[in-house]
Design a protein around this ligand. Structure first.
Ligand SMILES: [Zn+2]
Length: 489
């Protein structure tokens, strides 16, 4: 090999340089999660000999799925060169500390707001896992003799120095040949669509990952950035088959008033980041308009409180202005009614509230976190109500409640479900079918190949069918499938 070739291998070459064939590369993708299901987002791109993992999410919901978090990872973590994160939610980031623990040492690319939120979410997740392992050990309900957490806060802290965070709309080089630009996805603060550019020997290719897409008219966030071009597209399909109506407002007010008339309480499980802030805005509005009585709002999530501070830090990324964030009179009214629980002692005190309270706590899918204690406490009483607003993955406690199960298992005990359970989709953070199609219509021509991901089979297939009718080349991949994207570019 001559010196020039060696230099070219090291630094990559510019497009248009004469082809000597040594840098031509294949690009493949392997689906390591969120394929024909919603959680565990992980897509491994093999770009020549560079391995890029897009999202690194935790599997949540069904036991069989959760067990995947514990099984040997299908790719040796140390062989992965870099990770790219679309947004901070646990089903997109929650496996990252485990990846580091098992030998990954590369950089992690994400937006600045995602970097802040991710640290918060992962530390919380690690804390919950340590607490749950200890609790299971104490109560003896785990089948393992010595239940272990998947990772600890120490594992999370190790990630920080590897994070390269960037603003929206700026091009960042991952290697001389691979770069990424994050665009607003409107799903939670900092959530991004990732536009990946790969410069091959003679061609340039663009791969787009939609990440989770938000709503067109979210009360807090801006609608997703329209992308006009992609060679390969990965698009989410959480609500690929569903239209979400916005007429839920009256229903929620009705449910609340009925519950308070009977002297009951309401539990609203919510992701601490995104949903909790939206719900507080919503509650502020219905309280100010007098549509519900003055009640106690208990936010049982230290993380939600810290996350609200990030809305102040990243003011350009959302529609809230200073007024909404802290100084406005209506917000002060809301604040007077707010009970915020940071410590577990404060959390337990919420149990003493007899009636007229709305309790907001995570996790949104009721897979863990403080909301479980509130459910165990409130579900047996028919006067109470549970309002579920977020997406509930198959097999999660939330989905089982929605399916009308008469009892749910929490911390090793069967808890009877006598409280009423309501589903309010209008407050979701995910684009519905119409909004997904609106975003997809933004492409000037169909991508060469489109993968429908992050959806249960029915919703992914429904979106796929519609796109096929429009002449798109569409695949609904399955877990662990590998596809060739480009040959010898
Ligand atoms: Zn999400």
């Amino acid at each position: 090999m001559n010196l020039l070739m060696f230099w070219q291998i090291l630094h990559g070459r510019k497009i248009g340089e004469s082809n000597i064939g040594i840098l031509r590369m294949d690009v493949t993708v392997t689906f390591l999660g969120a394929a024909s299901e919603v959680t565990g987002s992980k897509y491994l791109l093999q770009i020549g000999d560079f391995r890029l993992l897009v999202d690194c999410g935790l599997f949540q919901g069904r036991k069989k799925l959760r067990e995947l978090n514990w099984s040997v990872f299908s790719v040796e973590p140390s062989s992965i060169n870099a990770v790219l994160i679309t947004h901070a939610h646990l089903d997109h980031t929650g496996y990252l500390p485990r990846l580091f623990r098992n030998g990954f040492e590369g950089p992690v690319y994400c937006t600045t707001a995602t970097a802040d939120l991710m640290k918060l979410i992962l530390l919380d997740s690690a804390k919950i896992q340590v607490e749950e392992a200890d609790y299971a050990k104490k109560k003896g309900y785990s089948k393992h003799e010595d239940p272990q957490p998947l990772y600890t806060p120490e594992d999370v802290l190790k990630i920080e120095e590897n994070v390269t965070s960037t603003l929206f709309d700026t091009q960042v080089k991952i290697t001389p040949n691979i770069s990424v630009r994050f665009r607003n996805a409107g799903h939670i603060l900092g959530a991004a669509i990732a536009e990946l550019t790969i410069k091959g020997d003679q061609q340039e290719k663009k791969i787009v990952f939609s990440g989770d897409l938000g709503r067109q008219n979210d009360p807090i966030l801006f609608p997703p950035h329209i992308i006009e071009e992609a060679d390969v597209l990965f698009v989410e399909s959480t609500y690929g088959d569903k239209k979400i109506t916005t007429t839920d407002r009256e229903d929620v007010i009705y449910i609340m008033n009925e519950t308070f008339k009977k002297g009951g309480n309401i539990v609203m499980p919510a992701f601490s980041i995104g949903r909790t802030q939206t719900l507080l805005m919503y509650l502020k509005n219905v309280l100010m308009s007098g549509e519900i009585p003055r009640i106690i709002i208990a936010v049982d999530s230290p993380m939600a409180i810290t996350a609200t501070a990030f809305y102040r830090k990243y003011q350009d990324y959302h529609k809230l202005r200073g007024l909404d964030l802290d100084e406005d009179e209506s917000f002060m009214t809301l604040r007077k009614l707010l009970t915020v629980a940071r410590t577990s002692e404060e959390s337990r005190r919420i149990n003493e509230i007899k009636h007229n309270a709305i309790i907001l706590a995570a996790s949104g899918m009721m897979t863990g976190g403080r909301v479980l204690h509130h459910l165990a406490n409130r579900l047996p009483d028919p006067k109470n109500a549970v309002i579920i607003c977020g997406y509930q993955s198959e097999g999660s406690r939330g989905r089982r409640l929605l399916d009308g199960e008469k009892s749910v298992r929490i911390h090793g005990s069967d808890v009877p479900v006598r409280a009423r359970v309501y589903n309010v989709k209008g407050l979701s953070a995910h684009a519905d079918r119409g909004e997904l199609l609106h975003w997809l219509n933004g492409f000037r021509r169909p991508p060469m190949q489109t993968f429908i991901v992050h959806g249960e089979p029915v919703s992914s297939q429904a979106l796929a069918d519609t796109l096929v009718e429009k002449g798109w080349n569409v695949t609904v991949p399955e877990y662990l499938q590998t596809f060739a994207l480009f040959k010898q570019i």
